[in-house]
Design a binder for this molecule. Structure first.
Ligand code: AMP
Length: 323
């Protein structure tokens, strides 16, 4: 049986479904989980579906999240868990997938570990949202405009409007089919994703002015809580903005370190236009995609050690490229 059928059968069978995704909600995590919920509800209106995890105010437009009922043991035993956009149990927001009797992973990160019974991993997919599109088109499920718009938002964010190399012929084929069949409002989706208050542009100005760039073209910036307060932005903001610093001649790899006072650590976001970075991040307790990774670090020494290692892979990359 192919993977689409396998997943479809599990969904059809389940009365209650919990959908989870990774901590630090971003549009693909939210789009894939909330989009999947909408698809299932549109096709099976009697199922009980909970999409869980901490919300992100910036991406409220994708949809509202649910609270799980108190009786976790009952859920572990009888509900189907679907985790989207998350490669390992430690990054799942809200539940431990290993406790569920029935579970499915749908993910486009490189494999980290098996945490669900059924795992569909495609690290050539641009986004988890793209995988949900593919799944729906391969089954008897039907799309409504509402579901389609959530998934489109996730795909657009993870491809950065088809800018990244993860936009493949399959991406365009699926999106073309989606637009033909659902009449989604593309302009509205872009407005929702990209409209922002002026204070964010001012903050972006601060970032632009303050990147430090190494000899080997690694740009980095450490942002403390005081600066976040001064610009009235939250600790997720630099990570949300990091793609805006693409295509700068002098930065082949670029990093934001953002103090997260609440958790007493730094959020690290890294992007690359060449050197493979996820292996480096994995050595520093993080992970991610080959050109888009992250981690959490505690001290200045840890941050400097990461910069050192990123600088080293970038140097090696440049040397190879010049040979
Ligand atoms: P971000 O910069 O937060 O958008 O994250 C980029 C990629 O890195 C995402 O695919 C995340 O899954 C991954 N990532 C971010 N933070 C971590 C972390 N602490 N541990 C493992 N992977 C992470």
């Amino acid at each position: 049986m192919n993977i689409y059928k396998k997943i479809y059968r599990e969904i059809k069978k389940a009365k209650t479904i919990v959908i989870a995704r990774h901590v630090g909600a971003d549009p693909d995590a939210l789009g894939s989980s909330l989009g999947l919920k909408q698809v299932i509800l549109d096709n099976f209106p009697n199922k009980k579906i909970y999409v869980i995890g901490s919300p992100a105010a910036r991406f409220r437009f994708i949809g509202d999240l649910d609270k799980l009922p108190e009786n976790y043991d009952e859920l572990y035993k009888n509900a189907l868990l679907i985790v989207t956009d998350t490669p390992d149990h430690r990054r799942v927001d809200g539940v431990d997938p290993r406790r569920f009797n029935r579970s499915i992973k749908i993910d486009h990160h490189p494999f980290v570990e098996q945490m669900c019974q059924i795992e569909w991993i495609d690290d050539t997919a641009s986004s988890a949202s793209q995988m949900i599109l593919e799944f729906v088109f391969k089954t008897r499920l039907q799309f409504t405009k509402e579901a389609a718009e959530k998934l489109y938002a996730g795909l657009i964010a993870d491809t950065n409007r088809f800018l990244f190399a993860n936009s493949t012929p399959k991406t365009f084929e699926l999106v073309s089919k989606l637009i033909k069949t659902t009449n989604i409002d593309i302009t509205k989706t872009y407005e929702n994703l990209y409209k922002r208050p002026y204070k964010e542009i001012k903050f972006q100005g601060y970032l632009s002015e303050n990147f430090i760039i190494t000899e080997n073209n690694v740009g980095y910036i450490k942002i403390n809580d005081e600066t976040l307060k001064k610009y009235n932005v939250d600790a997720a903001m630099p990570g949300n903005m990091i793609n805006n610093f693409n295509h700068i001649n002098e930065m082949l790899v670029w990093v934001t370190f953002t103090e997260d006072k609440e958790l007493g650590s730094y959020r690290v976001s890294v992007r690359s236009r060449g050197p493979i970075i996820n292996e480096v991040l994995a050595r520093h307790g993080g992970g991610g995609h080959i050109y888009a990774s992250g981690a959490r670090l505690k001290t200045d020494e840890e941050m400097d050690s990461l910069i050192y290692d990123l600088d080293l892979v970038t140097k090696e990359y440049l040397e190879k490229a010049s040979n």
